[in-house]
Design a protein around this ligand. Sequence first.
Ligand SMILES: O=C(O)CCC(=O)C(=O)O
Length: 268
Amino acid sequence: MNSTRLNSEEFLSQEYTQLACFGFVHLKNVLSMAALSEVRYALDCAFSDASSGRTNSLLEHGGASDHPGAIQEMNHLLKILPTLKRSPLLAECNDLVDRILSRPTMPSFDHAIYKQPRSGSVHWHQDQAYKDKVKKMQSVHVWIPLQDTVPSMGCMQYVPSSHRLGNLRHQRSANGHTLYAKLDGRACEGAVQVTANLGDVILHLPQTLHSSLPNNSDEIRKAWIVHFSPYGYWEPLLPQNLFWCVQKKIRLLSLALARRLVDRESDN
Ligand SMILES: O=C(O)CCC(=O)C(=O)O
């Protein structure tokens, strides 16, 4: 998508079509530099405080022998940092999503990922997997690079139209924090690497398979990711999500019961 600074108010129908068809869309040069600098400064301070042990909200993963750098992550920064909530950047992203969906939305989750130099990849996953026990996500997820992000710096990659694959099985990584999809080789065939520059955003859907490449550069690769939903933080309380939750619990209970019955049969 080669859109430079979109006209305000206009319904972004082309972008909506791309998002609905491919499960992701790259919007170029849509955010203002001053707004990005303000957010990057606030996040840099938060990561620096967390790294020095002043807060305990830092998650770290990665750190394999071939990529020793850590992948640092902080969740729910909008709840921790009032400057982010008031930031023009949040308003700019919210406005883009509203105009793509042509309905008002609100943040429903946010996190930031700082990939240290020589850190590894974030593995293939669908965001829906993280909330599978709680809700069917109805959000659009906005990936905001805080610098130009070429492939060697750990850019994002997406499998076009993978949101149509349904919910794939995921496994928990050894670090306990992250999930990755159990894929056969063909599932990520046709993956597209997206070089996103400062000022760009990439939007994706909850079931779109995505991952990020290792950061082989000497710089920290920084991104803020905000989910926007028509129901904001209230999404889990929607009747269909409460029903979804009960259905999930019943399915898990029936599986456990069936397993117990099979074990008992084989004992006899
Ligand atoms: O920023 C990254 O490297 C990965 C982000 C991601 O996978 C996510 O937000 O779900």
